[in-house]
Write a protein that binds this ligand. Structure first.
Ligand code: ADP
Ligand code: MG
Length: 274
């Protein structure tokens, strides 16, 4: 399994050789211990890791190795038990709950495996929601939500509710929602876990484009080698520690792959996925 991992995805240079830009995520000796009843789970055992602006990182590793725990800490949804975390130079371990929520809302966009959309609410309203919390005025909210939906190719679906959209379209709405507060970082935990292979490529095309055009830093958890290969760098977790950190040698280009696939119509897409 380990040998396969290395052979299939991480055949590139060790990460250190890459030219560095501004550090945006800095984890220093991070530990996380969960207390459940009588016993403790040591989910992270000393993670030291830096992501620079504009990186596109795939996090891999067996189930239970601490990937989601780390994403929750990076996203300020949870705090480390021990260690220091700097987000864009700010030591978040020292912030209050309110300050944490504020920095999360402004700096980080989340995309989850299960989409997490509100079901009785249109695509447009789902995308507007984070801006409501951020106190952005109505007209600006509407403008930005429409722009974000257009950026993910869903300008014509703004009135649809999630159950009127395919899985891939729902995930694109979730990506649009993650973008509207203009975050510096996108965190995606198994974003293609519920999608078929073509739709996964479509979602990866959006991530690659956002990474290139907007210099967004993307950290994406996946257990699929195919998906990790769209990233620039792969970090492999094992038992709460980082085991490998490599550049992707043969990076896949989602746009080129989509161009080479036979076209499907919107109707077909809906039949397949609904
Ligand atoms: P992964 O995302 O790599 O599958 P997780 O970060 O979810 O791994 O979990 C790491 C370890 O921490 C696992 O042993 C898991 O059972 C445990 N864990 C995760 N979240 C909690 C929690 N809220 N309470 C107790 N244990 C947890
Ligand atoms: Mg997980």
């Amino acid at each position: 399994m380990e040998a396969t991992l290395q052979a299939e995805v991480v055949a590139g240079h060790p990460y250190e050789e890459r030219p560095k830009t501004k550090p945006i995520i800095q984890l220093e000796h991070i530990h996380k211990v969960y207390h459940t009843g009588d016993f403790e789970v040591h989910a992270l055992r000393g993670i030291t890791f830096t992501a620079h602006e504009g990186e596109f990182i795939a996090i891999m590793g067996a189930s239970g190795s601490g990937k989601s725990t780390m994403m929750n800490i990076i996203g300020c949804l949870d705090r480390p038990t021990k260690g220091r975390y700097l987000l864009d130079g700010v030591d978040v371990s020292k912030l209050s709950k309110d300050q944490l929520a504020d920095i999360r809302n402004r700096r980080v966009g989340f995309v989850f495996q299960g989409f997490n959309l509100l079901s009785r609410t249109s695509a447009l309203e789902n995308v507007e929601l984070p801006m409501l919390y951020a106190g952005i005025p109505t007209a600006e909210r509407l403008k930005r939500a429409r722009e974000a939906l257009a950026a993910v190719g869903l300008a014509d679906r703004e009135k649809n509710h999630p159950n009127q959209l395919s899985g891939g379209q729902q995930q694109r709405v979730a990506i649009a929602r993650a973008l509207v507060n203009r975050p510096a970082i996108i965190l995606a935990d198994e974003p293609t876990g519920n999608l078929d292979s073509r739709t996964s490529v479509e979602v990866m095309e959006i991530f690659q484009r956002l990474n290139e055009e907007r210099n967004l830093t993307i950290v994406l958890v996946t257990h699929e080698h195919d998906i990790a290969q769209y990233a620039k760098r792969v970090v492999v977790f094992k038992d709460g520690r980082i085991k490998r950190d490599y550049l992707v040698a043969d990076r896949r280009d989602a746009r080129t792959e989509l161009e080479q696939m036979p076209p499907i119509t919107d109707d077909e897409e809906e039949e397949e996925e609904l």
